[in-house]
Design a protein around this ligand. Structure first.
Ligand code: DHB
Ligand code: FE
Length: 268
């Protein structure tokens, strides 16, 4: 017989789709406009541009699917959206290295610990970080313009769980808005901007993988992230420091910005 899960999924989708159509009462022209939109969305998709994921993101569906699949014990760092700009193969650096290779932006030190939910340090966790440059573009969006692997790096936590690295303060940037999803946002008078963030994937043997961000507290889009990715537990303190002694202690230029951020892993 037919796959019972498939039957269930299609039956629920059909029920809700019929209800939506009954409530909307679309004209034939409106229904064809919807078909045209979905067709254009498919035509926009390539190996490196997934317009349907963008659609899922701006409708809040991606965050909903994540919430259903990643219920964590309280105290553990929550997930948020992966986004389309992660690539494997970023350079492995020792703690303290600077991932900003284009020397633009506000120097920022990120430091903290990787811990379990009981507060024990986790040694040898893998911390994979990526973010846009100070112009709001990922390296992969500006191949040839930005250095390869600009603002990407992989770090490992020390025996006491600590990790630290240098970067620049992230800025808000628009999701790719030159396709049908961008046009939809424009038609709805919705802006395309993501609240300023840094991405992380944190993994350690025996623990649930964390795919998350940290957000700056002062971004104008913090309360209206276009993909609904902000969680209050992911907003970090980006502390401005103007202190030559502290700068020297941390090997930073003065002034700089400091972020203290711990990741808390849940056991599998
Ligand atoms: C990100 C970018 C997107 O275009 C998107 O839809 C979701 C997330 C990001 O890089 O954070
Ligand atoms: Fe991003």
């Amino acid at each position: 017989g037919a796959d019972p899960r498939l039957k269930e999924v299609i039956s629920i989708l059909t029920k809700h789709l019929h209800n939506a159509v009954k409530e909307i009462e679309p004209t034939h022209e409106e229904w064809f406009a919807a078909i045209r939109f979905l067709t254009e969305t498919g035509h926009m998709c390539t190996d490196w541009r997934q317009e349907y994921i963008l659609l899922s993101d701006v409708l809040g569906v991606t965050m909903l699917v994540d919430a259903i699949n990643h219920r964590r014990p309280s105290g553990a760092t929550p997930n948020t959206i992966l986004g389309p700009f992660y690539i494997e193969g970023a350079p492995h650096y020792p703690n303290g290295a600077n991932i900003c290779l284009d020397h633009k932006g506000t120097p920022t030190l990120v430091r903290g610990r990787i811990m379990d939910v009981d507060g024990n340090p986790v040694e040898g966790a893998r911390i994979d970080v990526w973010q846009t440059n100070d112009d709001g573009f990922y390296d992969v969006q500006q191949k040839g313009e930005q250095p390869e692997y600009n603002l990407r790096g992989v770090f490992a936590s020390e025996a006491d769980g600590r990790y630290w690295f240098q970067t620049v303060k992230p800025r808000f940037y628009p999701i790719p808005d030159d396709g049908p999803v961008g046009k939809l946002l424009g038609d709805l008078h919705r802006h395309p901007n993501r609240a300023a963030h840094m991405h992380f994937i944190v993994t350690a043997d025996g623990y649930d993988e964390i795919i998350t961000h940290i957000f700056t507290p002062d971004c104008p889009y913090l309360k209206e992230d276009t993909v609904f990715g902000v969680k209050k537990d992911l907003v970090a303190d980006f502390q401005p420091i103007d202190d030559p002694d502290m700068a020297a202690e941390f090997g930073m230029p003065n002034p700089f910005v400091m972020v203290d951020w711990d990741f808390v892993l849940a056991r599998k």
